[in-house]
Design a protein around this ligand. Structure first.
Ligand code: ADP
Length: 518
């Protein structure tokens, strides 16, 4: 539409819309509730800012992050747009003033946190305001199937009816599995046909898994080879952040740190220093980054495995928002899985919630262990794009070395699982195959099995690697839980009956340096 293109050019100085933007904006223009699913950096903000500017009335943007609000409002002010935010970071007198100004329809955009809807005076003010649209940013937070469920977000839904005025409802997210999308659609009354899904693939990102490396040495050597590049190193715990930060600081790097143990002031200062290029490296926990618009991040290194694929993709996706080639490296060591399991146990989730988290963690672990294309694994996980295929950029696609046919070993492993009556986990199965003298095997009567010691030529570690490989390739299943129990699936049967072969790279994965962008 002409008027929208004019707004894009006159206010924002851009010449054309990015994929999906025009479609979302046209939907809004036609008064349809709309869900936008676009990758990080896809340009979601413009999807509500352009129609918000084109319409009469006030657009309410609900966002879970206070830091994001201020940046967005500052950005709009710079364009000469009347906008504000109402949240706990301002005094109650100031909040009241802004509410009054909102009721007088003096703002085109008002940013609020979901908790604001718990306030009666805010709801009352909304009822008095001429509303154009209500946008739910980070809309996946509304769904309990999502990885970042916020009950306060969901409780807005029934309140919407009380507001009146028929504002158009929008949802925006960069991470949503099909069930989360369905949930958002039904909660926000968005027809599936009004969901604009541009896909998640980020062709400028290359994914790497590095196994068995000394992590800090790896980071130092990476930084040496990528001098001057801006990057974020994500760690799983505050302690890890402090450690990596100290090492880098000592080596003279311009580095910031960010985690929940620092004061609000310290965090703000770290964030500002990084955003404005005073420091080029950020070492942080997952607390850092949501809503950060920094386009020149060239690499994301995960010091340890994240909790699930959603978090991983969201964090890794902060690289390369400017479209330039960027690397996402995950330093994998199996011990780190325990940290994540511990965090799940410590959480206050009910049993069902915990099982769901374990299941997600297992998928994350499989990502680290698969030998297939990492990009395809991600697309499959989010059920986007083709199942097969290889990106030619990830560590698995760049894998060099011999593919070995391990069908026979796979059959031995699978038949051992069968003989163990599908009742045990990886550790014990590996011990049986190795022919270990572990007392537990005698206790469970496992030394009598015909598969006992059948793979004794391998070390227990090598057998374990192969079992994990079979799991990652879904040649074998695991009953989800804290200690997954091995189970056979259809693919296992096909392998056992010789209908399917199994091949595996036996060498180590290459380093990120082998990536070739030409
Ligand atoms: P998201 O919220 O989807 O992660 P943003 O809305 O923050 O992404 O947009 C990412 C960057 O892309 C911003 O710097 C934004 O100004 C820019 N951008 C958005 N739409 C366009 C466009 N049509 N043309 C050029 N740049 C755009």
């Amino acid at each position: 539409m002409e008027k929208h293109l004019n707004i894009l050019q006159n206010y924002f100085g851009y010449t054309s819309f990015r994929p999906g933007q025009a479609e979302v904006i046209n939907n809004i223009d036609q008064g349809k509730n709309t869900l936008a699913v676009m990758p990080t950096g896809g340009g979601k903000s413009l999807c509500y800012q352009v129609p918000g500017l084109a319409m009469n009335g006030t657009a309410i943007i609900i966002s879970p992050l206070i830091s994001l609000m201020k940046d967005q409002v500052d950005g709009l002010h710079a364009l000469g747009v009347a906008a504000t935010y109402i949240n706990s970071s301002i005094s109650s007198a100031e909040q009241r003033q802004r509410l009054i100004a909102m009721q007088q329809n003096r703002y085109q955009f008002v940013y609020v946190a979901p908790e604001r809807f718990e306030s009666g005076s805010f709801i009352h003010a909304l009822q008095q305001t001429n509303l154009s649209l209500i946008a739910f940013d980070e809309a996946h937070c509304i769904s309990q199937w999502g990885h970042d469920f916020r009950p306060s977000y969901r409780s807005i839904v029934p309140i919407l009816q009380q507001i009146g005025g028929n504002p158009i409802i929008m949802g925006l997210t960069a991470t949503a599995t099909p069930e989360v999308i369905e949930d958002i659609q039904s909660l926000l009354h968005i027809a599936p046909a009004n969901t604009v899904h541009t896909g998640f693939e980020r062709k400028n990102l290359s994914f790497f898994i590095e196994k068995g490396v000394n992590k800090i040495d790896y980071i130092l050597s990476y930084l040496k080879k990528h001098q001057g590049e801006v990057g974020i190193i994500y760690a799983a715990t505050r302690k890890q952040v402090e450690y990596v930060y100290d090492v880098l600081n000592e080596k003279g790097y311009a580095v910031s740190k960010y985690h929940g143990g620092l004061s609000e002031q310290e965090r703000q200062a770290a964030q500002t220093a990084f955003i404005f290029d005073q420091t080029e490296l950020m070492v942080a926990t997952t607390a850092f980054g949501m809503g950060i618009d920094k386009s020149n991040v060239r690499f994301i290194i995960h010091y340890a495995i994240p909790m699930n694929m959603e978090s991983y993709y969201q964090e890794a996706g902060r690289a390369g928002r400017d479209g330039e080639p960027s690397n996402c490296v995950l330093l994998f060591s199996p011990q780190d899985i325990h940290t994540q399991k511990f965090l799940i146990e410590k959480s206050e989730m009910d049993e069902e919630g915990m099982q769901r988290e374990y299941q997600k963690l297992n998928k994350m672990v499989n990502y680290c262990r698969t030998q297939s294309c990492l990009n395809s694994y991600i697309l499959n996980y989010f059920q986007m794009g083709s199942a097969a295929g290889s990106c030619g950029r990830c560590s698995n696609c760049l894998q060099q070395g011999e593919l070995e046919d391990i069908t026979e070993e796979a059959q031995m492993i699978l038949s051992c699982v069968k003989r163990m009556r599908e009742r045990f986990g990886v550790g014990l199965t590996a011990k049986v195959l190795k022919g270990s003298k572990d007392k537990k095997l005698i206790q469970f009567g496992l030394t009598k099995l015909s598969t006992y010691g059948i793979l004794s030529k391998y070390t227990e570690k090598e057998i374990t690697e192969r079992i994990h490989f079979l799991l990652a390739e879904e040649c074998l299943a695991a009953e989800e839980g804290q200690f997954p129990i091995l189970k056979l699936n259809q693919k296992s049967m096909d392998i056992l009956t010789g209908k399917e072969n199994v091949t595996m790279f036996i060498q180590d994965v290459p380093t990120v340096e082998k990536a070739d962008y030409s």
